[in-house]
Ligand binder design. Structure first.
Ligand code: GDP
Ligand code: MN
Length: 379
């Protein structure tokens, strides 16, 4: 789950990370009033859950309440990477001497958290990472020991930070680490962390991504979820306990297990087609769950065929087959459904499917090929 910038900043502020004064607005009128309160120049920032807002025109520096109202009107009409802007953050403008990148995330290869920093922060950090990786420092944190002072000093040296700001950087990085651990985050980021013209460090932007699987431990953070900013089908998926992520292809997928779901999508792509979604129905899927998943998939008009790939371990193939047949008679899907079903009680499952309109295949490869052929034939 991603937090909005303003939510991330509020979280950082609780840990004493310095952020600009500012408030959130949903109307141009509010934006104007907040600008009046803050006095002077402000930055109007679109709140959408994607990066690169600056480059998309979603961030504007304005000098008066009138301008603030006008800029907010325009930004609130924007769509950034397909997402409508529903709120804007009005922050006091800060004059910037230098932009620093700092972030903490999971390093899966080294199986440890990693802190990433660069003296060339700001909107082009991806470019910096590609073209001059030497300008980026990465330091693993031992989760049992935690962050150490010397690690922050290494960062300060690498980004050439003036000595008088070392203590401040130390406080900020330790706070960021604490946010990361306390909230079970998978990413905490400040880009840019700026040196202001008054020689202070301030977090001008904030990004937090939380681990969905740990959200039950953080009801206060879970409440921050912005349902407006998510795809309705993903919200519905969560309600039925299936992980659903909508994509743009023609082959709907229903799979048990996240890894197998990824492999299924890979195979579809390998044969030149595109998956319409990621869907993990989890273990021991009941017919209600299967029906709910089927409804989610066919609600997408792009879907021209459905590939179901189930490996029966704890999940029993006969149960799934029954669930599928029941779900199909209820939902009446308008596209062909291809099923690969192997593992526990496979034979029984096959028998149940034999009397239905579902197409049974022996292997995943065959399933993907069938789906592609059927789509071509129907086109
Ligand atoms: P992003 O493009 O979505 O990452 O949005 P950011 O919040 O990082 O803002 C993008 C850029 O806008 C920053 O890198 C700054 O250069 C600039 N910016 C943001 N806030 C201010 C501000 O208060 N004053 C000035 N001068 N520039 C700002
Ligand atoms: Mn940024």
């Amino acid at each position: 789950m991603k937090l909005h910038e303003y939510q991330s900043k509020n979280l950082y502020a609780k840990y004493n990370i310095p952020i600009p004064r500012g408030r959130i607005a949903s109307t141009p009128g509010d934006a104007r009033q907040i600008c009046e309160e803050l006095g002077g120049t402000v930055v109007i920032k679109s709140q959408v859950l994607v990066g690169g807002r600056g480059k998309a025109g979603g961030i504007r520096l304005v000098k008066s309440p009138e301008e603030a109202e006008e800029a907010a009107t325009q930004i609130l009409e924007l769509q950034i990477k397909g997402l409508p802007v529903r709120k804007v953050l009005i922050d006091e403008a800060i004059s910037i001497k230098k932009e620093i990148y700092i972030g903490i995330t999971n390093d899966r290869i080294n199986q440890k958290p990693v802190i990433i920093a660069s003296g060339n922060g700001g909107m082009d950090i991806e470019e910096v990472a590609r073209k001059s990786p030497d300008k980026i420092i990465k330091i693993n944190i031992n989760p049992l020991i935690g962050l150490r002072d010397y690690q922050v000093r290494d960062i300060a040296l690498h980004i050439d930070l003036p000595r008088n700001l070392w203590r401040s950087l130390n406080d900020i990085v330790f706070s960021l680490w604490k946010v990361y651990v306390d909230s079970d985050a998978t990413l905490v980021e400040i880009n840019p962390l700026v040196i202001t013209s008054e020689n202070k460090l301030v977090a001008l932007d904030a990004k937090v991504v939380l681990d969905d699987n740990a959200l039950y431990r953080h009801p206060d953070l879970a409440d921050l979820r912005d349902l407006d900013a998510e795809d309705p089908s993903e919200i519905a998926g969560r309600k039925f306990g299936v992980s659903f992520i909508k994509m743009n292809g023609q082959i709907g997928c229903m799979v048990n297990g996240a890894g197998l779901a990824m492999a299924t999508m890979d195979v579809i792509k390998h044969f030149g087609a595109e998956p319409a979604n990621f869907l993990d129905i989890g273990g021991g899927a009941s017919s209600e769950k299967v029906a709910a998943a089927l409804r989610l998939i066919i609600a997408d008009e792009n879907v021209k065929a459905i590939l179901i790939n189930v490996f029966g371990g704890i999940t029993r193939c006969d149960e799934v087959a029954k669930g599928l047949v029941a779900a199909c008679s209820e939902v009446q899907p308008r596209v062909p459904i291809i099923v690969r079903l192997v593992g526990t009680n496979e034979e029984e499952g096959k028998r149940i499917l034999a009397g239905s309109s579902l197409i049974y295949v022996d292997s995943l490869v065959e399933g993907a090929r069938q789906a592609i052929t059927l789509i071509k034939e129907s086109a």
